[in-house]
Write a protein that binds this ligand. Structure first.
Ligand code: UDX
Ligand code: ADP
Length: 468
């Protein structure tokens, strides 16, 4: 079957960039991305490509090339579903905040609603592709709903998890390490798999397109994220040991990363991993493992999250301890709020939790992030439900100039590894800060020795330009 019309439900961080690249690479396929969020769709359709709802390097060019040609953004969900041969589900699957599995299981409400909507809107057979990361065996639920409410139409369900990382989404989509497609082993399932393989084969070498059964595909996505997060927690655990023993975690990472069996990637010690995937997917895996009675498996993976929580808390406690055990009324500047550089996404960002910890101690926090807005920062803190919006606004200020942010600060904390932070005039920042000036580098990106030398040269009594 040759695919000529695709619909994608969900115009978020995954749906938007993925569909933009499919449209760019397959000009003979009409791709319509739909969302119930009118503002989001308007932003995707907006003239100003700097204001797309998702910031990703290179995305503006891809959208500029394909939009209006064969890439469309719309809120007319039913029409787009009905016209398409293939419907991607790319909606959010956050951790449940209520009921059974609260705080652990994925909330599949939106996925189920999508399945019901696809069933109701379809007047012809469809291939339905799970793009959102879903717990293993979700495809069964989607299939049950479609088969029972789809008015006799035939639906093939495929799992095609997205491995793109934010900040490098376009790069990852253009040259993926692999594309994974899981489907039913029967002939119709294989035909559906082949249809999707043909879409990707327009730009991805065939040998990089892996096909599996549907459960392997669903579980592979959770497993990939769990392994990546585990590496970060492992190196973060070592970072604490390094601080006690005089070892340097960057040197240790380099030394172990040179072993080809270990490899150099994902070994950067940090203030803790964030993002919409790692924590959610591990919690999900822990929940599923427990539901099958696999206590040791669940406990093993849960430890990755515990280590991450510990690292965030440890960073905040270290700031408090270094500021003579009180931060009450002290200005602490956060450079960075996004969960990593080159994205405006703040979901589960370590900055949120470090800020909350410091606000508990009545610190005055000033935040500068090159891409994150004031409203987003306040919304993130309000979402924690730990204090009133008024208190948050009293204790947290957001500014759009880094030097203004650091003026009269007792301490500067680096929460995101934005490249521009390294290039700042740190002499100027140092002079503008209160003394002793302290810098807590939660991403290990600054030249620590240089900063120490600079501070001691400025005044021998001020050698406390310390680093995390
Ligand atoms: C991740 C997976 O990489 C991607 O394949 C999947 O599709 C979605 O989840 P993402 O969340 O965009 O992608 O970011 P990633 O680059 O994996 O980083 C996650 C977090 O780990 C960030 O907070 C990052 O700063 C942190 N991290 C990463 C470290 O602290 N150290 C590292 O060495 C690598
Ligand atoms: P992700 O990172 O997985 O892309 P996002 O939250 O960025 O997650 O995007 C998911 C999008 O899916 C949101 O814009 C949301 O409005 C949209 N969405 C959720 N449910 C539906 C639905 N039933 N129909 C259309 N859009 C939906």
């Amino acid at each position: 079957m040759k695919i000529t019309k695709i619909c994608c439900i969900g115009a978020g961080y995954v749906g938007g960039p993925t569909m933009a690249v499919i449209a760019q690479k397959c000009p003979d396929i009409t791709v319509t991305v739909v969302d119930i969020n009118q503002a989001r769709i308007d932003a995707w359709n907006g003239e100003d490509l700097d204001k797309l709802p998702v910031y990703e390097p290179g995305l503006d060019k891809v959208v500029a090339e394909a939009r209006g040609r064969n890439l469309f953004f719309s809120t007319d969900v039913n029409k787009a579903i009905d016209e398409a041969q293939m419907v991607f589900i790319s909606v959010n699957t956050p951790t449940k905040t209520y009921g059974e599995g609260k705080g652990m299981a994925a909330d599949l409400k939106w996925v189920e609603l999508c399945a019901r909507q696809i069933a109701a809107a379809s007047t012809s057979d469809k291939i339905v592709v799970e793009k959102s990361t879903l717990p293993v065996r979700t495809a069964q639920a989607v299939k049950d709903i479609l088969d029972n409410t789809g008015g006799g139409r035939k639906f093939q369900i495929l799992s095609n998890p997205e491995f793109l990382a934010e900040g490098t989404a376009v790069e990852d989509l253009l040259a993926p390490d692999r594309v994974l497609i899981g489907g039913d082993p029967g002939p119709e399932g294989q035909e559906a798999i082949e249809a999707l393989v043909s879409v990707y084969a327009a730009w991805v070498p065939r040998e990089r397109i892996l096909t599996t059964n549907i459960w392997s595909s669903e579980l592979s996505k959770l497993t990939a994220n769990a392994f990546l997060a585990q590496r970060v927690s492992s190196i973060n655990a070592i970072s604490e040991l390094c601080e006690q023993t005089g070892a340097d975690v960057t040197e240790v990472a380099r030394a172990i990363g040179a072993d080809s069996r270990i490899g150099p990637k994902f070994l950067k010690a940090s203030v803790g991993f964030g993002g919409s995937c790692f924590q959610k997917d591990i919690l999900n895996m822990v929940y599923i493992s427990r539901s099958y009675g696999l206590t040791e498996v669940a406990d093993y993976w849960e430890q990755v999250i515990k280590m991450n929580d510990h690292q965030k808390a440890r960073f905040a406690k270290n700031i408090i301890k270094s500021l003579y055990n009180t931060v009450n009324g002290k200005k602490i500047t956060f450079l960075g709020w996004a969960f990593k550089k080159d994205t405006n996404d703040t979901r589960e960002s370590a900055a949120i939790y470090v800020a909350d910890h410091l606000i508990n101690e009545q610190a005055q926090i000033t935040v500068y992030d090159p891409k994150v807005s004031e409203e987003k920062i306040y919304a993130d803190l309000e979402y924690l439900n730990t204090r009133s919006p008024e208190e948050i606004r009293r204790l947290v200020k957001v500014v759009y100039d880094p030097y203004e942010a650091c003026l009269d600060a007792h301490a500067v904390a680096i929460l995101t590894e934005w490249d521009e932070f390294v290039d700042y005039d740190w002499q100027r920042i140092y002079e503008a800060m209160l003394k002793p000036a302290k810098v807590f580098d939660g991403r290990n990106i600054l030249p620590h020795e240089e900063l120490r030398t600079m501070a001691s040269a400025y005044s021998p009594s001020e050698r406390q330009y310390s680093n995390y």
